[in-house]
Design a protein around this ligand. Sequence first.
Ligand code: FCB
Length: 492
Amino acid sequence: MSILTRRRLLRRAALSATATAATNAGLAAATAAGGVLAGCDGPHDPEGAATPAAGLRFPPGFGWGAATSAYQIEGAAKEDGRGESIWDTFSRTPGRTRNGDTGDVAADHYHRYAEDLDLMRELGLRSYRFSISWPRVQADGTGAPNQRGLDFYRRLVDGLHERGIAPMATLFHWDLPQALQDAGGWESREVAYRFADYADIVFGALGDRVPVWLTINEPKTVVQNGYLSGHHAPGHRDPQAAYLVAHHLQLAHGLAVRALRDGGGTGRIGPAFNLHPCYPADDSPGAAEATRLHDGYENRLYLDSALTGRYPDDVLADLGPDSRMVRGIRDGDLGVISAPVDLVAVQYYTPIYVTADGTTVRRWPTSEADWQQIHPDGMYDILTRVTRDYGPVPLTVTENGLPTPDTLAADGTVDDAGRIRFLRDHLAAAHRALAAGVPLEGFHVWSLLDNFEWAEGYDQRWGLVYVDYPTQRRVPKRSAHWYREVIAAGGL
Ligand code: FCB
């Protein structure tokens, strides 16, 4: 891997969630130059309508939902036989998270899940996406399952069914058992096989009650934040390792799909990718070229391998034949990785604008999460692009949301008007994608509850429901009331 590539990869990592801000100077320059913003493969109208018309109806049966993940909400870090995860280690390491926050208690969902299920019912959710904590099921990531861990998820899943809500379970949302990290983590090919064993256990225990499975949450974030920038667990900064990890995460995905099929599972299964539409920051040929490669690393590395059985040539060439990733690909791997899936889960938060030298600039207002630019048209662009490039595989949006500076007012309300505007505009863009023929099945707001936002700790609030951490009281925000009405009406 060339030094240039290495620098570029580190720069790319800096763009990822919660990392350093992209340069505003670059944005100003791009804007002042009146740069034409073209999509990855087509012109893009920067003034494109983000304001929805009223009366947008979604199809009957649309999967109105909300999402969470285990480490971010459960707490109960040491209960009922749960083992340590890399996020326990990372968050307890001084200087790694804001205020030294950890997920030890989080939103205490492990104990309050029944109350949270009732909140979901009050919202009228049709679908709830949660994740299963691997170290709750296998404390060390291998061997016999921990029945008490499985029982918790059984209670959760049964509680969802009792309330008429469809469970959607993610098998891995970043909380790798620490013992597996000690054995090499995702740099070790073995871990992909351990993941398939774990998946098999979970399918056996819950397969009759979970209609939709997602394998790995955002492999790209593990690669970029965990192994390039190092601001997520396990906190490494090693581009060579990063892309080997990408391959093993993809392999783990494929092995889990195979485990479900081999076990005769009736549920549907697919990957969960955070996709960033990439646009040139100006109309120079250099920017177009740099954008193409950037898109390769952001999107095609994962989409192409899972859906077409090939890694993108431009990314492989850029990494180089001697890179650990390229050397780590074995015969047959891509066949495993591209095992047919039933759906693709799309998580959309932000677009990316790329200059000729491969740096990124901002084009739209950001949020409290400085890696996020608010651009609802990006939702339309990414959904239509997946359908155009990969065919009519069903899609579901499994994350979309905004952190806002929410406070509990004296009258007991939380007014998060910004979140309502954001969700309304993104839902309108998703509706346009539907109208354009995208087989979109559902939309899950990130997140149901305020929670532990990784390196940002509890400072950022992403929930529809406010969590008053000292008391663990839940208060549905204005956006929750708004979303309930949207669901009841079947649209905006
Ligand atoms: C996504 C993660 C999710 C949450 C949101 C804000 O990348 O999957 O856990 O952190 O970002």
